[in-house]
Design a protein around this ligand. Structure first.
Ligand code: FE
Length: 201
């Protein structure tokens, strides 16, 4: 359905609708430009996958932190100074192993633990990914470049409003003993969504 056909009436395109909302906010003294600038700044500078990478690197190097992360992800993230919106009530850390691969999705829309692993990529929001990763996870992962052996079990986790996930990728064996700061550099957003594994794992 085309936007302009909703309810048989005329609906402005997104740009005009956004402009109308902004104008209304202006009228009421709500300073939309400042709010938008804050949002853009958060998206570009604060909600970055490096946050999740720091959590993963810490979990790899500190077994006690890893245990706390697996028990209560939100509290463990807060230890490193990372916050989540109030409605993200739980952060569940899913630990990959050689035999188990976790992958996350939001079948309803596009929810992620965005303050921790960054905003979702465009493909994460596509109906194609949301529908197929549940039913044909092995095939979808292979199409995305991750060809898992049959012996590796795949678990798909469907995000909800209050429960957000992050995948803890397997640490590449050649990085054992690396300092945390160096490990942070190798952890990618895709590996924390679970559509890729790190090299050598
Ligand atoms: Fe969603």
């Amino acid at each position: 359905m085309d936007n302009s056909e909703i309810s048989g009436g005329r609906v402005a395109d997104v740009i005009n609708r956004a402009a109308a909302v902004e104008a209304l906010m202006e009228e009421r003294g709500m300073e939309p430009a400042a709010a938008i600038a804050r949002g853009v700044q958060s998206a570009e500078e604060d909600w970055v996958p490096r946050n999740g990478a720091r959590i993963v690197a810490k979990a790899w190097t500190d077994p006690e932190f890893r245990q706390r992360l697996l028990t209560d992800g939100k509290a463990a993230a807060a230890e490193l100074g990372f916050s989540m919106p109030a409605h993200h009530r739980f952060l569940v850390a899913l630990e990959n192993t050689v035999d188990l691969h976790n992958v996350i999705v939001c079948t309803l829309c596009s929810c992620t633990a965005f303050t921790i692993i960054g905003l979702p990529p465009d493909w994460y929001k596509d109906l194609e990914y949301r529908a197929r990763v549940v039913r044909q996870s092995r095939t979808v992962l292979r199409e995305m470049g991750l060809d898992l052996p049959q012996s590796t079990q795949i678990k798909v986790w469907d995000t909800t409003t209050d429960t957000r996930y992050m995948v803890i990728p397997v640490q590449p064996p050649e990085t054992l003993g690396w300092p945390e700061e160096k490990l942070v550099e190798i952890v990618t957003k895709d590996s924390m969504i679970g559509v890729s594994r790190l090299p050598g794992t």
